[in-house]
Design a protein around this ligand. Structure first.
Ligand code: C2O
Length: 486
């Protein structure tokens, strides 16, 4: 038995890389997964919309299927995945939980547990799409061709970039959710009402690694399954990717505790309906989704990821899991500067005049608390992105390669979710979505650079994907880029 845990009676969701390292016994879990996918596909009708909740396409349709309009009122719950808000993690947790039960029912084995793809480990090999998913042998149910060719390459696969797989920027945030208009970043997403599936305030973990890994695996040339809501769950790796995101929530809970979760009943009492192992409807509130043990599973590991060193730069800037350096609580961050309408069609640099130079902020803050800095990239829209992400840098010297300045990287905007938030028929009229990056460390590095007078902050947006910087970015643009200090 590789799955059950004798101590706790919980089924263990295993790290796919340790399953592979174990050989036959471990690989059995993946063989079973493949067998269940085949059985689920047999329940799919040859044509027309999916009918059986236990089928492969029906399960994917709950997330989205090309042509379905998102609606949380749809009787089948099609295209109802919650994104860009504090509902992202609990909705996907229940989605996975029910999917796992359906797989178990196909296998007649309720000890089967969904593995996870942990690309947050230090080794580059952990960021390679696991081999059983890359083998195009006829009929391999874990393989799909609709992926980025470099990531999906059978013999010479490219790993994900270390930066896009890094979960530390999200895990070090102690705040689960913040009002959507708040200028600071949260782990889980913006506080919104659950009236539409796709909101506008993306949480840090939903952005990175979640959204960036989606885009890297799917690619944009053309967009693979993982690149769009309406195809993502057709890729078998989707479920292992989300298992890892769900695990990162448990890593976060282990660090910050359940008391760090929202206590708003608007969140706790929100109830989701999915389909159970027998295909019948089943409901759960978010309150009943918070403890994975209550759902019968635990992860092989909820240890924090090994920090990925930031180089070059002082040791102290490396993101260590902040046991000893809890974040400073902040006053309401204040707007220090902004610029409007920035196209990402190619590498672009904009200057933001700062109302208060960083030294003045520091001087003022010295009396109270150290300052935290946030960069907001707001109302990002675009229906035809040409890349899977846009890397954002502060004061990147003109003519320098972005890759040579990881210390100046504020973060990356994931393309995943931008087209969905940009359709004119979408809620909010397709106003796009907003990402928030804490840039306190980058601002500290800039402050130490005495050649900068602190009056204008230069923000550079670099279209990028697997293999780094790209020439063209497509029609994506930001409505506003703003900087806040608090
Ligand atoms: Cu609803 Cu990873 O997506």
């Amino acid at each position: 038995m590789t799955n059950g845990s004798p101590d706790t009676g919980l089924r263990i969701r295993r790290d796919v890389q340790s399953l592979i390292a174990e050989g036959d016994a471990g690989l059995q879990v993946l063989d079973d997964y493949g067998a269940a996918i085949i059985a689920m596909k047999e329940l799919d009708s040859a044509a027309g919309p999916p009918r059986n909740p236990r089928s492969w396409r029906f399960q994917a349709a709950i997330h989205g299927l090309t042509g379905l309009r998102p609606s949380i009122d749809h009787p089948q719950h099609w295209a109802s995945c919650r994104h860009n808000s504090w509902f992202f993690l609990p909705w996907h947790r229940m989605y996975l939980y029910c999917f796992e039960r359906i797989v178990q029912s196909h296998l007649g084995d309720d000890s089967w547990a969904l593995p996870y793809w942990d690309y947050t480990k230090a080794s580059a090999s952990s960021r390679i799409l696991p081999a059983p998913f890359r083998t195009p042998a006829t009929g391999n149910p874990l393989h799909v061709a609709e992926r980025d060719l470099r990531i999906n390459h059978e013999s010479a696969p490219e790993p994900l970039d270390a930066e896009e797989a890094d979960a530390m920027p999200a895990l070090r945030i102690d705040t689960f959710a913040l009002p959507a208009q708040n200028a600071a970043s949260s782990f889980g997403g913006g506080v919104v009402e659950d009236v539409v599936p796709t909101a506008r305030a993306r949480g840090s973990v939903e952005l990175q690694p979640h959204g960036l890994v989606h885009g890297a695996v799917g690619g944009e040339d053309p967009p693979g399954f993982m690149s769009r809501f309406e195809t993502a769950a057709l890729d078998p790796i989707f479920w292992l990717h989300h298992s890892n995101i769900d695990r990162l929530w448990d890593v976060w809970l282990r660090r910050w505790g359940v008391d760090a979760l929202p206590d708003a009943t608007a969140w706790l009492d929100t109830e989701y309906e999915f389909f159970d192992a027998d295909g019948n409807r089943t409901k759960r509130t978010i309150r009943a989704l918070l403890d994975s043990a209550e759902l019968g599973y635990a992860y092989e590991s909820t240890d924090p990821p090994r920090p990925i060193p930031v180089q070059p730069g002082p040791e102290g800037l490396a993101l260590a899991f902040p046991e000893e350096e809890a974040l400073v609580p902040m006053a309401d961050p204040e707007l220090v500067g902004a610029t409007e309408d920035v196209p990402f069609a190619e590498r672009v640099e904009v200057g933001i005049e700062l109302a208060r130079p960083p030294e003045a902020v520091l001087a003022a803050a010295a009396i109270t608390e150290p300052t935290r800095w946030f960069l907001r990239v707001e109302d990002v829209v675009g229906e035809h992105p040409a890349v899977s992400r846009y890397d954002v840098y502060l004061n990147l010297p003109a003519g320098h390669r972005a890759a040579d300045h990881p210390e100046l990287r504020a973060g990356s905007i994931a393309t995943f979710g931008i087209p969905e938030a940009s359709q004119p028929q979408a809620e909010h009229g397709g106003l796009g979505l907003t990402d928030v990056f804490e840039v306190t460390d980058v601002m500290a590095a800039l402050r130490d650079d005495f050649s900068w007078d602190g009056s204008t902050l230069h923000v550079t947006v670099v279209p990028a994907g697997v293999g780094g910087e790209a020439e063209r970015g497509g029609d994506v643009r930001a409505g506003r880029i703003s900087i806040y200090a608090g």
